[in-house]
Design a binder for this molecule. Structure first.
Ligand SMILES: C[S@@+](CC[C@H](N)C(=O)[O-])C[C@H]1O[C@@H](n2cnc3c(N)ncnc32)[C@H](O)[C@@H]1O
Length: 264
């Protein structure tokens, strides 16, 4: 019986196997300046927001909000936006962006997924964008369901990899993927919640090479130094279909999940 499987435990075991080292809040602080404007103009952002439903009366809780990627796109169209992040640098970046956009309905909340969230407001909509590789997914889903009245929107990597699956397999590199969206889909099903699933695609990290040498540099950046044998495999992969290789192979896919939380 699928309902008897402990997907929360399987998630934790997968995460432990992945060797994931969680970044500290100060490590995210140091990325905030670079990320502040970069994330505000992307097809990922447009695609995410275009899949959402909201009204002018809604409040939004954006968890792991970063510099306001999703929250600030919504702020002109909803009543209030609360950006929650454990990095003060990211919250400062969000507030600077909000000020530049003359938005006065954006509120920072300095908190972590791991805190108790007693002081976090319950909103109409909860958003988690690219910020859900958490230590305890069961606890995270319970928090989301308690803090959203109407809808939760969440993205999670498909396959759990930022690096190319095709090249990882080609080079026989150890699979250290993170737990992906299928754990979440199953955990929601076990809670009698029926999420809608869609996919957002963006270019692979290997995209944009105009020659084999450029591709090889990008592969080294993701996978480290290559042996002569590795280089021969990448060369053969490139030569089989240079156009496909120049696109970086398969796109990176984000699962876009949305669901109605149980009535409170
Ligand atoms: C990849 S960024 C995503 C930012 C934004 N949501 C987006 O899609 O562009 C991940 C964000 O999650 C935040 N974050 C990471 N771990 C967190 C935690 N345990 N609690 C709260 N925020 C966290 C980071 O500070 C960072 O701002």
């Amino acid at each position: 019986m699928i309902k008897a499987i402990d997907f929360g435990q399987l998630y934790r075991e997968h995460l432990a196997r992945s060797g994931r080292v969680f970044k500290s809040a100060s490590e995210w602080d140091s990325k905030a300046v670079e990320m502040r404007t970069k994330v505000l103009d992307s097809s990922y952002r447009t695609e995410f927001v275009s899949r959402m439903q909201y009204t002018a009366d809604d409040s939004v809780l954006d968890i792991g909000c970063g510099p306001g990627t999703i929250g600030l796109a919504l702020a002109p169209k909803v009543k209030q936006v609360y950006g929650l992040d454990y990095s003060q640098g990211m919250l400062n970046a969000m507030l600077q962006n909000a000020a530049e956009l003359q938005l006065d309905n954006v509120h920072p909340i300095l908190a972590s997924w791991d805190d108790d969230w007693n002081a976090v407001p319950v909103c109409d909509i909860a958003v988690v964008s690219r910020a859900s590789i958490v230590a305890d997914m069961a606890d995270a889903l319970d928090k989301l369901n308690r803090h959203a009245r109407k809808k939760v929107y969440m993205t999670q990597l498909v396959g759990g990899r930022f690096i190319s699956r095709e090249i990882a397999e080609l080079l026989g590199r150890e699979d250290r993927s993170f737990p992906d969206h299928m754990y979440i889909m199953n955990m929601l099903y076990q809670r009698n919640i029926y999420p809608t699933l869609d996919y957002l695609e963006s270019a692979s990290r290997l995209a944009g090479s105009s020659s084999l040498e450029e591709l090889m540099d990008k592969v080294r950046w993701s996978f480290g130094e290559l042996t002569v044998d590795d280089a021969a495999k990448v060369t053969a992969w490139y030569q089989r279909d240079p156009e496909y290789a120049q696109q970086g192979g398969e796109p990176m896919r984000w699962a876009f999940m949305s669901w109605t939380p149980p009535a409170h």
